[in-house]
Design a binder for this molecule. Sequence first.
Ligand code: ATP
Ligand code: MG
Length: 757
Amino acid sequence: MAARPRPYLEDLNPAQREAVLALDGPVLMLAGAGTGKTKALTARIVHLLDSGRARPNEILAVTFTNKAAREMKDRVARMLGQVEGMPWMGTFHSISVKILRRHAELVGLKSNFTILDTDDQLRLLKQLIVAANIDEKRWPARMLAGLIDHWKNRAWTPAKVPASEASAYNNRGTELYDQYQTRLRELNATDFGDLLLHVLTIFQNHPDVLDQYRRWLRYILVDEYQDTNVAQYMWLRLLAQSHRNICCVGDDDQSIYGWRGAEVGNILRFEKDFPGAQVIRLEQNYRSTPHILAAASGIIAANAGRLGKTLWTEREEGEKVRLIGHWDGEEEARWIGDEVESFQRGRGGLGPFRLDDMAILVRASHQMRAFEDRFLTIGLPYRVIGGPRFYERLEIRDAMAYFRLAVSPDDDLAFERVVNQPKRGLGDKAQQEIQREARAHGTSLLDGARSLLARGGIGGKGAGQLRAFVAGVDRWHGITLDRDHDHIRLAEQILDESGYTAMWQADKTPEAPGRLENLKELVKALEQFENLQGFLEHVALIMENETEEAADKVTIMTLHAAKGLEFPVVFLPGWEDGLFPSQRSMDESGLRGLEEERRLAYVGITRAEQLCTISFAANRRVYGQWQSQLPSRFIDELPSAHVEVLTPPGLYGGGYGAAGMASSLESRAVRADVYASPGWKRMQDRATSRPMAQPRESRHVTIDLEAVSAFSEGDRVFHQKFGYGLVQGIEGDKLDVDFEKAGPKKIVARFVVAAHQ
Ligand code: ATP
Ligand code: MG
């Protein structure tokens, strides 16, 4: 046979080519980040088609996100040129929906079934919970939803939930799960988890259907295999077991969805389930410079129980991974904004880079706010991937509606949004009454409510709660009229008195802590404004700006969402114990959680091609309290030969840097480098020539809300707005402070931090 040109094979290395050419039988490509797994998988699809081995509709490729599927499609199309039809590429969910529509009746559904979103799902669960006489306050619907999701990830239908789970959800979990599935069927609906589970049930109970798909989908390819859960694994195994043409690619070091039921054990089981599987290891990394690779390898080496891999690269040495400490999170955002702009212009042989080439990868979504605010202020176009932008989040919109009402009680849209949030027993009917009353008198909804209450037009327990709500808005509005009011205090007061914070505190679902953190973050954002009004205007402008589409943007996203992606320049902020690794993973007994966090760190560093910058802040406001932060334990694990410690911006900024670094880097491995740097010396000179906060004795000192005892007369303290001062007296939770610049003030103790001399 005459050799045909096959360009898609030519830019592969021998190991990759082997994986592409081994078309028959099971293949596992197990390799580290950036070794070209996804590239090889894509080439394999092209080869299947180009060699005539398979028609497009005989190939199924599973990706982790829809975005990844789109990219793969584009690449295949580019490599092949004109083809008739495209292989089936999508996520487990998108593929399952299509299969389920076709065979819905086999699981008691009609083919036009609806897919419930989370809100619908919760509403349905609540109805069942009420009907079952369960106190929803103690046993929230969200908790049940999380439980059911967990069971579905393990492929447990109600009948298959093991006896060991019987005590879940106050012993009622399995029973409610069963009822929930029945209700869904009656409604001709599914939730997200059902999509996969129903298909699995169909495959298990109807061999004829399974057989049809096995004959049809003769070649199966799976990317990011390390993050498949049990249900997905069973789904794949059923489909592939007869022809065994399955090619999975993954990296055990990048398994980061354990919390969502992913089982890295699936990789280890592959060879057992598919005996004779070819295991191909790729070792050459094409993405990152040696320094970046060494830093990532250094970190992941601390994990036990790895399969272990060697990685090398032919790329030029490049820049070391940069490490920098900041005084606080705002300063970190400011610095990164400046860096992005300077790289955009090109600096020191690096760049110029497009904004598209740069990404900020955060551990927790509440970290994004500081960056969004900063970038808006300096007019730097950005995009947030994987989740709404900060000010579009549900809890933020709710809280802002409260603030709007406090500033302008006539804001009817804000009124509507929060009058029954949290629940005040004001259903649709009561709200319509208020609307009618307001229309009849030509007043705002708030005044409508007031007059409705006055004439006894509303009854039941809603009346009392509505009265309290109206009184609350009046009170808050009154405070805003006082020119000297503390708007941060007011914001906290509003969120407390309205019961809004309490609502999320009572919520036991996984996302509730994140929402609470976002609320704290919102209050923190207020610090940069004179009053609520100014803040609301700022946000209104942000929302407006959104429509301005700039093509070139810097990306802000979570580490989780960044899997599989690459950027020339990557910033990894917030490397502090309690944030990254997360507090939860540190509190957990055993190392499981911590090891998953470490894999996340590995994923983060390995996204970078040319330049990776890790940063941390010495102070961060966590749950409304200033807290001094320890640099992440992962920073200790960075091999120092590949890290350059940068001079903190305190040098040219406000002069806080020295204290920040000193308090943060104590007894840390990197400390030696810092202290040896000329920057440090200069900072110390500055530190002695002017007063500034000194490092605290103990780390992780939390200024407790009520713990006024943390201060005594004569203490030196720092306040965000007023600066430094001395405590003159203590009264309840308030301090009399004589500020150096602002003079004597009465300050709520939690708004200051200790600045020991
Ligand atoms: P991850 O584990 O992060 O998902 P991966 O193993 O899937 O990484 P790819 O994204 O496929 O890696 O490839 C990383 C980079 O290396 C891409 O830019 C890709 O184009 C490039 N690359 C891969 N293989 C080669 C090769 N043989 N020659 C040149 N460049 C390559
Ligand atoms: Mg990949």
